[in-house]
Design a binder for this molecule. Sequence first.
Ligand code: UDP
Length: 327
Amino acid sequence: MKLLVTGGAGYVGSVCAAVLVEQGHDVTIIDNFSTGNRNAVPKRARLVEGNLEDKAAGVLSEGGFDGVIHFAAQSLVGESVEKPAQYWQKNLVATLGLLDAMRDNGVSNLVFSSTAATYGEPHTVPIVEDMPTSPTNPYGATKLSIDYAITSYAHAYGLGATSLRYFNVAGAYGDIGENREVETHLIPLVLQVALGHRDKIFIFGDDYATADGTAVRDYIHVRDLAEAHLLALETNQPGIHRIYNLGSGDGFSVKQVIDMCRNVTGHDIPAELAPRRAGDPAVLIASSDKIKRELGWNPKRTKLETIVRDAWEFTRELGDQAHSAKR
Ligand code: UDP
């Protein structure tokens, strides 16, 4: 298939683009490198550098595209609270432009990268897709608004689309892993402590209503996540918008994650208690039964130990590269 991957230099986008290229698809990436990495762009993909809102119409008007996988977005919860205008512009407005460019050029197959943040603080877990959505921050609200737009485009214009609501994505695939200029995610931060690049990890709150008091999340391996995008792309039906959660169905507390990182790396990993981080729900666990049942999604690497091992291998290599670059 000839495919457009927006945000294909980002963490999840570049793993997905790598898998698509490996499977023989013809991939064009649009990325502005606001958070992506140049070396994560697969060699056999074509790169169009720039903002989605400036590039999508031109690229799609070249013709022949069979589908779009849309990752490009701003995705930091805290930043979205500080700078909502930027989030509405870059997420919602730019996506509306993409949807219209698809419509203008007869491209009717879309996979959209969405998030558990659309649900907000859940009343019960595991979260199933028909639970109420009530985002607690602008980031989640922009992603949910895009879902509303996609549903109406599917009904009115025959778009075939799938939104994938990710829970906590982690791990690495080959030489692609979490490598952000500003890192806020638990597993890469803990592994940076193990590598000696940070002194300690802060545990954001131990007074949640969970077994050990720290917040519980559902971690999914980035390679399994990529697989779900392929399945969605292959099974989209004109006029139908499907929504699936992607997680493991298992929850791990912050302390359990740190312990797993200690086991895998053999390092002490000093940890220090800090106040809760604003906007963090106590427990987020997905039910992914729907995508397993309907699309046959079969995660193979989504065990916390495998996720941490793959992430650790990547982190160590990154550390080695940084070390040799300094010498
Ligand atoms: N967390 C933490 N210390 C950190 C980073 C994260 O205790 O330095 C906690 C965070 O409060 C949350 C969990 O780890 O409960 C996962 O956070 P992350 O940012 O990785 O993902 P999120 O669930 O926010 O998408």
